[in-house]
Design a binder for this molecule. Structure first.
Ligand SMILES: C[S@@+](CC[C@H](N)C(=O)[O-])C[C@H]1O[C@@H](n2cnc3c(N)ncnc32)[C@H](O)[C@@H]1O
Length: 281
């Protein structure tokens, strides 16, 4: 499965839903791309406030960030025997915390696609504060050629709203949990962010594996590490460095017309990333 190719099909579908004529759409998307680039520039983002409820922001995010973020989850699974053992079972429950458009799940599906042997039956909760991502995910899922034993549920947990746990979830049953470029997004919410992650860690079952990628910013990962330590999570792997978002199969040109249309803002292909693989003790 090639993320850029998949994303291109989504962009085609969703671009048309942005209001206005082509010039107006291009201007709106360019503004959103500029805002995202400024916010994520230097791989530091601790202030929050991006409006993912806005379709233009979501379009810009899918265009520039989704393929890299999916690829980095794929890579983390490739590097982790514990995650691979988890995905070797016949049935696997996954929770993608802050999973937005489904990037994290795409990364896992990419791993399973390359692994080749018969994939497990998957049940995945995509958990996010913005319900609007549900449409992006359903369009993505519709474009995929994937065996039918994949069930997804969208769980809305708007952290910092006081309603974060109102939607029921099955975190207690999850085998594999992803927290992908999410902690930096909620870190500005301070106690609410810490309380959410702490409660998540407390609720997951012994043996559950957590995959974490985020910006290589100590303000983000030292706090995350402290939360994990406090609830007794075992660190299986902890590192940081430059990550690349492409392999031989992934060709950014597969974004087609959108590659040239928004050439000034090319998709994210590298990043300074901190990553962790944790296991609940
Ligand atoms: C940088 S995106 C990461 C999405 C996905 N994991 C990825 O790597 O592509 C951050 C996600 O956090 C979600 N988010 C931001 N603030 C939030 C909040 N207060 N509560 C819940 N989700 C939030 C956004 O909707 C978005 O999907």
């Amino acid at each position: 499965m090639k993320c850029f190719e998949l994303v291109q099909r989504i962009l085609e579908d969703t671009y048309a839903s942005i209001p206005g004529d082509d010039d107006q759409r291009m201007q709106l998307v360019e503004e959103a791309l500029a805002t995202l680039a400024t916010r994520y520039n230097g791989d530091v983002d601790m202030v929050g406030g991006l409006d993912f409820d806005n379709p233009v922001t979501r379009f810009a995010y899918v265009c520039c960030y989704l393929p890299a973020h999916a690829h980095w989850i794929y890579e983390l699974v490739q590097w982790s025997r514990a995650a691979q053992a988890c995905l070797a079972r016949s049935k696997v429950r996954i929770a993608c915390i802050g999973g937005g458009p489904g990037s994290d799940l795409l990364g896992i599906l990419k791993y399973l696609g390359y692994r080749g042997s018969s994939p497990p039956a998957l049940f995945c909760e995509i958990v996010d504060g913005s319900l609007e991502w549900k449409q992006t995910w359903s369009d993505l899922a519709f474009s995929m050629k994937w065996p039918p034993r994949l069930n997804t549920d969208f769980v809305v947990h708007p952290i910092g709203s006081g309603r974060e746990w109102r939607d029921p979830d099955r975190f207690d049953k999850a085998d594999l949990i992803t927290i992908n470029f999410f902690f930096s997004e909620i870190a500005h919410l301070e106690d609410a962010a810490d309380a959410y992650i702490t409660r998540l860690f407390r609720r997951i079952k012994p043996g559950a594996i957590v995959l974490f990628n985020d910006n290589d910013d100590p303000r983000c990962y030292t706090r995350f590490d402290a939360l994990a330590l406090r609830v007794g999570m075992e660190t299986l792997s902890s590192n940081s460095g430059t990550r690349k978002a492409y392999d031989q199969a992934e060709q950014v040109n597969e974004l087609g017309v959108f590659r040239t249309k928004f050439a000034k803002y090319s998709p994210r292909l590298t990043g300074q990333v901190a990553w962790r693989v944790l296991r609940k003790g």
